[in-house]
Design a protein around this ligand. Sequence first.
Ligand SMILES: [Zn+2]
Length: 316
Amino acid sequence: MGTHSDNAVRPVLLTGNGGIDRCSGRRLDEVWLAAAWSHPTTRVFVVSGGQALVEGKPDGRTELVMTPSFDAPLTEAHRYFLGEDADGVRYFALQKDSLPGRMDDTARPAGLREAAALLDERDQELLVHAVALENWQRMHRFCSRCGERTVIAAAGHIRRCPACGAEHYPRTDPAVIMLVTDAEDRALLGRQVHWPPGRWSTLAGFVEPGESIEEAVVREVAEEAGIPVTGVEYQASQPWPFPSSLMLGFFCRTAGSPEPHIDGDEIEQARWFSREELRAAIESGEILPPYRISIASHLLELWYGKPLPTAVRDPG
Ligand SMILES: [Zn+2]
């Protein structure tokens, strides 16, 4: 996905490389959806509070626990249609208040952060879609125009207001995340105030109303580190439904090697790292790099030129 294709950087996790056709044109076709739901090859999984059941296979893979629809827990309303794979198998997620129990003990609940590192691309794609819809559904039960309770429609992709007729669509909040380099090609990393001890990552922030994403990159780096940047260059994106972000990843540059001036509110430390300094800091356990599933890790690896060294004691 990045522009640097001559290295062995891992793909961005949670992005839609899983071969699922969302079939968005089918979401209003109730007859088609009903037939898809009851088809014997259709597969269903339950999503609840951002979690789904996963299970390890004898060959070492981990998969979402899915059942045919006739085996699925009963719910008419909170049935999200997620799409169809190349073999014509259709997938639905059921939103429930809790995950179903299982007779055997091979299955266990996993959230998206954990599951993303375990599941194959198809299951990642299905789960991130389901979790994003669940988060949006849960937080948009009332009409933002008139305050009335809304109802689910379009197989989970619309909420309609019966009082005023408004249609509400899933919301995605764009956020920018950027790797800043200086004149010596060192990378700027920072520490947010609320992060666990030792964790460092790239700077990031939300795009504000009436702002372009390039402007957001420049503003966030200035606010958080006091550094002027230019050359904002898009690299890759990642859905990040915690609860509803879309991370837009960039490289950008600053002239010279200005000393960071942190804001102290969001960022408590920021400093430049050469590749050698970063390697040494990670290997010694002085710092923990960004979580491996995050796009920050991807951006950092693009700059580093290869996978980052393994931290001595990284729980993530
Ligand atoms: Zn309304």
